[in-house]
Ligand binder design. Structure first.
Ligand SMILES: Cc1cc2nc3c(=O)[nH]c(=O)nc-3n(C[C@H](O)[C@H](O)[C@H](O)COP(=O)(O)OP(=O)(O)OC[C@H]3O[C@@H](n4cnc5c(N)ncnc54)[C@H](O)[C@@H]3O)c2cc1C
Length: 297
């Protein structure tokens, strides 16, 4: 992609050129993005989508970059970041959150309001949009359990509202994995519970996370999906791969399911390490591990 683009056709749009993706991924890896677009409202996002479509550009949607591995050469295209779509409002027993709102902030707001149902999400470092798309989950909870509706824009910028049924949620999967639609917001239906109890549960879950997960190093969480009936971390450990290193990337010594950026890792280091792990696990156990982390290379 070499042509110039005039983004001023979308009035007031914030555009960053050559923005290092390492600043926008929890792995702290990734070269520059040709354009990073930061719409401030769903209407502005719709205008961006219309312009992209007119110019034959397919934008990549970025939330918190917590499930993303970006190539060392960066991305020669348009990244649409939801960082500014981060409004949150409470209405009775429901909370509406923009697609870019952080789950940790959403869970904290719900706790303050004495609203239960998002305790499981407080330690997941993603955005509402990224988490809905992946049907993120932890400790027995999943996004789909608390959702009432999802607001989104299709490739032409036209708005749609989907019910949870229409989202076809499954394990780390939703209809948004098949359709390149932008999630601009979601409404969560919660239930009353004492704020102190909610906060205590969140604190306990986060304590368990800190104890088990290598949160002291950059990563994108679980590197591989859970194979049916098995656990990726257990298979990796069984094959003696705990601590395996390629360049600055390492299979975490604390939790084998995480590849960590131990020291200035490149995307190439992480990919080479992931490939070694997949090959050795397949050879020894017959299980082919599928990446959970999304690769934009
Ligand atoms: C330390 C750590 C712990 C984690 N623990 C968990 C866990 O317990 N459970 C769990 O499920 N995950 C976990 N994750 C993974 C990650 O946080 C989740 O997958 C999260 O939902 C990703 O959200 P995001 O906003 O960061 O998405 P990104 O990484 O920015 O994007 C991921 C995908 O979603 C798409 N996307 C992002 N925003 C939108 C949008 N608004 N509309 C449409 N598509 C969009 C992107 O295009 C991309 O395809 C963990 C990650 C880390 C680093």
């Amino acid at each position: 992609m070499t042509e110039e683009m005039d983004w001023t056709a979308v009035p007031g749009l914030e555009v960053l050129e050559g923005e290092p993706m390492s600043r926008h991924t929890t792995f702290r890896i990734g070269g520059p993005a040709r354009w990073m677009l930061l719409p401030r409202s769903a209407d502005q996002a719709a205008a961006v989508l219309r312009l992209c479509r007119e110019r034959g550009i397919v934008p990549f949607f970025l939330g918190c970059g917590s499930n993303l591995l970006v190539g060392d050469g960066g991305y020669d295209g348009a990244i649409l970041s939801t960082a500014r779509l981060d409004e949150m409002r409470v209405e009775g027993e429901t909370v509406y959150a923009g697609g870019g709102a952080r789950l940790s902030r959403l869970a904290a707001l719900a706790a303050d309001q004495g609203l239960s149902g998002l305790e499981f999400a407080s330690g997941i470092p993603g955005s509402v949009g990224g988490a809905v798309r992946m049907n993120a989950g932890a400790y027995g909870g999943e996004m789909c359990q608390a959702l009432e509706r999802v607001d989104c824009l299709d490739e032409t910028g036209a708005p749609h509202t989907l019910s949870p049924e229409a989202c076809h949620f499954a394990y780390r999967h939703s209809v948004f994995c098949e359709k390149n639609w932008l999630i601009t917001g979601a409404l969560f239906r919660l239930r009353r519970r004492d704020s102190a109890e909610i906060r205590a549960e969140m604190a306990e879950l986060n304590r368990r996370r800190r104890e088990k997960q290598p949160l002291e190093y950059p990563s994108a969480g679980s590197t591989f999906k859970r194979p049916p009936g098995r656990f990726a971390a257990a298979l990796i450990e069984e094959c003696g791969l705990k601590g395996l290193r390629v360049g600055g990337a390492q299979v975490s010594e604390k939790h084998s399911g995480f590849v960590i950026n131990r020291e200035d890792a490149t995307c190439a280091d992480v990919l080479a390490l992931m490939e070694q792990v997949r090959e050795r696990v397949l050879e020894r156990t017959g299980v082919l591990l599928e990446p959970e982390v999304e690769i934009l290379n």
